[in-house]
Every structure is written in C-alpha cells, then in structure tokens.
Design a protein around this ligand. Structure first.
Ligand code: AR6
Length: 168
C-alpha cells in the first residue's frame, strides 16, 4: 500500500472511502465528525440511525460503513477512537483497532483508496505523537491485495509534522 500525507479537510478527499472519527452514538458531534456530517448531509445520518437501530451503538475500536451522501468519496467508514485516559484504559490497543477494523471494512467492500483523519487526537485528547506512531506503524504493517493507497489527512500543523517525519 502506498502511504501519503496530506494537509487539509478530509471532506474534500476523493479516495474511494474516508474514515470518520465518530463517537459511540454514531449520530454526529464536533470536530471531523461534525464536518463530515455537515458536508455529507442527511443521507449519511439516516444510514447511521439505521445501523444504530440494527446493532445499537458502535463500540470503541470498532467501525461501521455508510453511504457518503453529498461527498465525493464513495463511502464513509465511521470508527470510534478511545478517549485518552493517561494510558490507563488500553487506549493504544483501542486506537490501533480503529485503523485495523477500518482497513478490514474497506477490503470487504473492495475499496482501493482510503483517507484517515488523526483519530482521537482532537476532542478525545490522545497525545498526537503517540497516536501518529501507532497509526503509521499499523498501516505500514498491513498487507493488502485490495487497498492500494492510504492517505493520512492532517488538519493541524503538529500532526502534519509527525506524519511527514514518519513518511520520509
Ligand atoms: N478534516 C480532517 N481532520 C479534521 C477535520 C477535518 N475537516 N476537523 C478536525 N480534524 P476530533 P476525536 C482533525 O476532535 O479526537 C467528535 O465530537 C483534528 O485536528 O474530530 O477522535 C466526535 O463525535 C484532530 O487532529 O476527533 C466524538 O465525540 C482529528 O481530526 C469526538 O469528537 C480528530 O479530532 C471524537 O474525538
């Protein structure tokens, strides 16, 4: 898989799928979740409601897939990152699981390119450098016959600098 780093807004990405840093309710929130629902529109939220009615909430470290509403991407994978709790709640494993579960769903849906935000590093307070190392390592070690390209979409300079450094 080719790895790229990009600075900008994930809602503008044209990869086959983009990943959302959601919460367990799947019904939207602030940060990147708010931006994706705002830009994607009601079609996305409607499908999130259907998933909730079917399976209940989405657990931390798990992921679900929906349509992309008005966005250019074909699909949206919603994953729930861990809230940082000083490393006392298995946050590192849970964060890794977000990336792995998203990759698995992308493969199952034959999606060849995927954009990830920096999951958990905003409102959920996961230390950015630690999160970048986990995300990058997890993607680097993943071997796929389906996914050809992974883009880390960084919204802030600090995250961008960590990912650029890792991707040298
Ligand atoms: N494009 C790409 N990245 C973005 C964008 C954007 N448009 N907007 C923010 N980021 P956060 P979390 C970056 O807070 O920490 C929501 O309320 C941001 O700079 O969006 O996983 C959910 O509903 C940061 O690096 O997600 C949950 O309740 C990264 O996205 C909670 O926040 C993640 O920040 C999830 O918190």
């Amino acid at each position: 898989m080719k790895i790229e780093v990009y600075k900008g807004d994930i809602t503008k990405m044209e990869t086959d799928v983009i990943v959302n840093a959601a919460n367990t309710s799947l019904l939207g929130g602030g940060g990147v979740d708010g931006a994706i629902h705002k830009a994607g529109g009601s079609e996305v939220l409607d499908e999130c409601y259907k998933i909730r009615n079917r399976q209940g909430s989405c657990k931390v470290g798990e992921a679900v897939i929906t349509n992309s509403g008005k966005l250019r991407t074909k699909k949206i994978i919603h994953t729930v990152g861990p809230k940082w709790n000083n490393g006392k709640s298995n946050e590192e494993e849970k964060l890794k699981s977000c990336y792995i579960e998203s990759l698995k769903i992308a493969e199952k849906n034959e999606l060849k390119s995927i954009s990830f935000p920096n999951i958990s590093t905003g409102i959920y307070g996961f230390p950015k450098e630690k999160a970048a190392n986990i995300a990058y390592e997890t993607i680097k070690n993943w071997k796929s016959n389906i996914i050809e390209k992974v883009i880390f979409v960084c919204y802030d300079k600090e995250n961008l600098s960590y990912y650029e450094n890792l991707n040298k």
